[in-house]
Design a protein around this ligand. Structure first.
Ligand code: AMP
Ligand code: MG
Length: 653
C-alpha cells in the first residue's frame, strides 16, 4: 500500500484570524482563487482524502472543496489548532493524519512523503517539519519548528483528549509528551504563512524566483472535483466515503447548516397546538390582573391581627367577595370580608385568613389566634405571574396544551406560528411493493414510507407523499425535481448505502450539494444530507438508510432535529438513565441504539431491558420498545446492573 492511502489530510482553517481583523483566513482571495484552494491544490495529491477544520462559513468551505467533510471544533471558542486536531483525529478514517494550515499556499509538494518516511524510520508518534531561518541581525541560522505541518498517528488521540481535558491548549508543549521525528526542509518560503492582510499582499506579488512549484498548482476544483457531484467516481476515488463520522459530529454539521424558515402567520388558538411560535408572546395584561385571594377564608387588615399580648382577636364579617363578584365594602378596624379563592382583595385588606385556621366562626364573626398568619398572607399580587409587557412565551416554542392555556389566559384568541413545514417523502427500491398490492417473488412491502409519514405527522409537518420510486435514474430524477418544487425538505429512504445502485447517489448528487456520510453508529450507517436545487426551487434533503429500524433511528437522530431547526424550534430530548436489567453486548468505536423497554424496578428506580433481536430490519423490535438504549461511542459491553442512557419514544416519534 502506498503511503498516500494511509494518510488523511486536514486543513486547519478554524482560527479566528485575529491578526487579519478576524477575517476567515482560508477564504481570503489569493492569486485568482482563495488561500484554501491553493492549499487544497498542494495537499490533495499527497493524501488519500482530506477534510477541512473550520468554525465559520462551513457551507462556503464545502462549496469550495466539493463534498469533503468540513469539521467544526468540538471545543467551543476558537481554542486553537489542537482543537482542530482533535476533531480531525476523531474523524480520521486512516491510520495517519497530515495537518497543514489554511494560510500556507506554498506548502511543499513532498511534505507527506518526507514526513511519512521519518515517521516510519523513527517509529515516532508524530513527524514535524523544521527549517533553518536566518533572522535579520542574527549571526547563524536558527532552527524553526513548524508544528502545524504535522503527520500524526491517529493512536495519539486519547493522549490529546487527556491533554485538552486538563485545560491545556498549546501545541508545542503537547508534542513534548510524544515521540517526535523532525524533518528538515530546505525551502523555508514553502512554510511561510500569512498572518496579516499586508503579508497577503506581499505574497500576491511573488518574485519570479519564489517557491512556486515548477508546474502551476492545478486548480482546487480540479483536484477535489466533487462539487455538485459527490457520487462521481472522482469523489469516491478519494476514499472519502471510508470515513465514519461520529453521530454527534453529523448532528452538529447538520445543525450548523440549517437556518430557520421565516414564515409566520396568525392562527386561532384552537389551531395552534403542536405549532411553533413565530414571535414572542408579549403579555398585554398583568397576570393576575388584580390583587386577589389565594384561599377561601377571610380578608382583613394585617394591622388588626392579634399580637402576643392579645392572644386572639375577633373580626366582624361585613360582606362576602366571590371570584368574579367583588365586594365593594371597605373594611374598618376589626372588620373582615368572607372571601373565595380568586376573588379580588377588598379595599383596605392585605391579608387572608384561610378558613380552616380560624379558631371560631359564627354567622357574623370569626376569631383568630395570635401568630396563625402573618400580615400579607395568602394575597396574590397583580402581575405576580406575569407583568404586562413581559415575554410570556418565547419564539421557537413548540406549543403544548398548557401553552395554549397560558396564551388564552392573556386574553389572546390568536397567535403567530410558523407555517407548517412542507416535507416530501418517498421510498426507493425496485423490490418495494405498496401494501394492498400482491407480493411477487423477491419483493417486500414498503414499510418505511409509513414510518416516515407517522414521524413527520407527529412533528407537525405538512406531508407530501411521492410514493415508491424505482431504482431508475429517470424515475429518481423526476421524483426529486417534483419534491423539490413542492417541499421545503425531502426525506428519502434507501439507496444511500455502499451497496446501493451507484446512480442513486449520482442522481442525488447531480441535483445539488450532498454529502454522503458513513456514520459510526448502529443501526443506520449511511446517511445523505444536503440541499438540492431545481431551477429556482431548493429543498433540504435527508437520505435515510433503507433498513426499517435504521430509518426510524436515523430519522429521530438526524431528520427530526433538522426539521425542527427549519421550523425555528428547539429539539427537546428526553434522555434519562436507567439500570440495565441484563448484560448488553456493545462494540466500542460506534454509538449503538438498542430497542428497550423501560419500567419501574422493584426499588422504584427505572430499569431497562432489550426487546430481543436487534437486527436493523426487525421492525417488531421497534414496536415492542418504548425507548432506545443509547450506548456511547467509546462504550464496551454493559454488565447487568450498570446505568445506561435511555431515550424515551413518547413525545419523540
Ligand atoms: P438500501 O439502502 O436501499 O440498500 O436498502 C437496505 C435494505 O433495506 C434492503 O434490504 C432493502 O430491501 C430494505 N428497504 C429499503 N427500503 C425499504 C422500505 N421502504 N421498506 C422496507 N424495507 C426497505
Ligand atoms: Mg435500495
Amino acid at each position: 500500500m502506498s503511503f498516500q492511502n494511509q494518510i488523511t489530510g486536514l486543513i486547519l482553517a478554524g482560527g479566528r484570524g485575529s491578526r487579519m481583523g478576524s477575517v476567515d483566513k482560508g477564504l481570503q482571495p489569493f492569486r485568482t482563487s482563495t488561500l484554501v484552494e491553493h492549499v487544497i491544490a498542494r495537499l490533495a495529491p499527497q493524501v488519500a482524502s482530506y477534510a477541512i477544520n473550520a468554525n465559520r462559513n462551513l457551507t462556503r468551505y464545502q462549496e469550495l472543496a466539493g463534498n469533503v467533510p468540513v469539521l467544526p471544533d468540538y471545543i467551543d471558542g476558537y481554542a486553537g489548532p489542537l482543537a482542530g486536531l482533535q476533531i480531525g483525529l476523531q474523524f480520521c478514517p486512516t491510520e495517519l493524519l497530515l495537518t497543514v494550515p489554511c494560510d500556507s499556499p506554498l506548502l511543499p509538494a513532498d511534505l507527506a512523503a518526507r514526513l511519512h518516511a521519518a515517521l516510519s524510520e523513527q517509529n515516532a508518534d508524530v513527524a514535524l517539519a523544521v527549517t533553518m531561518q536566518t533572522r535579520a541581525g542574527a549571526a547563524a541560522p536558527q532552527r524553526q519548528l513548524h508544528p502545524v505541518f504535522a503527520l500524526l498517528r491517529t493512536s495519539v488521540l486519547p493522549q490529546l483528549e487527556a491533554y485538552l481535558a486538563s485545560g491545556e491548549r498549546r501545541m508545542e508543549s503537547w508534542f513534548k509528551s510524544l515521540r517526535v521525528a523532525e524533518v528538515l526542509f530546505e525551502d523555508d518560503a514553502a512554510f511561510s504563512n500569512v498572518n496579516t492582510l499586508d503579508e497577503l499582499q506581499v505574497l500576491e506579488q511573488p518574485p519570479a524566483s519564489a517557491a512556486a512549484p515548477s508546474a502551476a498548482p492545478p486548480s482546487a476544483a480540479a483536484v477535489a472535483s466533487t462539487t455538485g457531484n459527490a457520487g462521481s467516481s472522482a469523489a469516491r476515488s478519494t476514499g472519502q466515503h471510508d470515513s465514519a463520522l461520529h453521530v454527534e459530529q453529523a448532528q452538529r454539521l447538520i445543525a450548523e447548516q440549517i437556518t430557520p424558515l421565516d414564515a409566520g402567520h396568525t392562527v386561532p388558538l384552537f389551531s395552534a397546538l403542536d405549532r411553533v411560535l413565530a414571535q414572542d408572546v408579549i403579555s398585554p395584561i398583568n397576570v393576575p390582573a388584580y390583587d386577589n385571594s389565594a384561599m377561601d377564608g377571610y380578608a382583613l387588615r394585617g394591622a388588626d391581627l392579634p399580637d402576643a399580648a392579645q392572644a386572639q382577636a375577633t373580626f366582624k364579617v361585613i360582606g362576602i367577595a366571590y371570584a368574579g363578584r367583588p365586594c365593594a365594602l371597605e373594611v374598618q378596624a376589626g372588620e373582615c370580608i368572607r372571601i373565595m379563592t380568586g376573588a379580588a382583595m377588598p379595599v383596605g385588606c392585605d391579608s387572608v385568613l384561610p378558613q380552616e385556621l380560624a379558631s371560631a366562626i359564627s354567622d357574623d364573626s370569626v376569631t383568630i389566634a395570635h401568630g396563625v398568619i402573618q400580615q400579607g398572607a395568602n394575597r396574590r399580587f397583580a402581575g405576580e405571574d406575569l407583568k404586562q409587557g413581559s415575554v410570556a412565551l418565547a419564539r421557537g416554542k413548540l406549543l403544548r396544551p398548557a401553552d395554549l392555556g397560558l396564551i388564552a389566559s392573556l386574553g389572546m384568541a390568536e397567535v403567530s406560528v410558523q407555517r407548517k413545514l412542507r416535507v416530501a417523502f418517498f421510498s426507493t427500491g425496485d423490490e418495494l411493493r405498496a401494501p394492498g398490492q400482491p407480493l411477487d417473488e423477491g419483493s417486500i412491502y414498503d414499510s418505511n414510507r409509513y414510518t416516515v409519514f407517522g414521524m413527520l405527522t407527529r412533528l407537525g409537518c405538512e406531508v407530501i407523499d411521492i410514493g415508491i420510486v424505482r431504482d431508475d435514474p429517470q424515475a429518481l430524477d423526476a421524483a426529486l425535481r417534483s419534491a423539490c418544487q413542492q417541499a421545503d425538505a425531502i426525506i428519502t429512504s434507501g439507496g444511500v448505502s455502499e451497496g446501493a445502485a451507484d446512480y442513486t447517489r449520482d442522481i442525488l448528487a447531480s441535483l445539488g450539494q450532498l454529502s454522503f456520510w458513513k456514520l459510526a453508529m448502529r443501526p443506520g450507517r449511511p446517511l445523505a444530507f444536503g440541499q438540492i436545487r431545481d431551477g429556482a426551487d431548493s429543498a433540504w434533503l435527508i437520505g435515510l438508510p433503507g433498513n426499517p429500524v435504521a430509518v426510524a433511528v436515523s430519522f429521530y437522530l438526524f431528520a427530526r432535529p433538522a426539521l425542527l431547526a427549519m421550523m425555528g424550534a428547539q429539539a427537546p430530548q428526553l434522555t434519562l438513565q436507567a439500570r440495565a436489567q441484563t448484560a448488553m453486548r456493545k462494540r466500542p468505536g460506534r454509538t449503538e441504539y438498542q430497542r428497550g423497554i423501560i419500567s419501574r424496578g422493584a426499588d422504584g428506580q427505572p430499569e431497562v431491558r432489550l426487546t430481543g433481536a436487534q437486527g436493523s430490519g426487525i421492525l417488531r423490535s421497534m414496536t415492542e420498545a418504548n425507548c432506545m438504549v443509547v450506548l456511547g461511542h467509546e462504550q464496551g459491553n454493559v454488565a447487568a446492573g450498570e446505568m445506561v442512557d435511555v431515550l424515551l419514544f413518547e413525545g419523540l416519534i
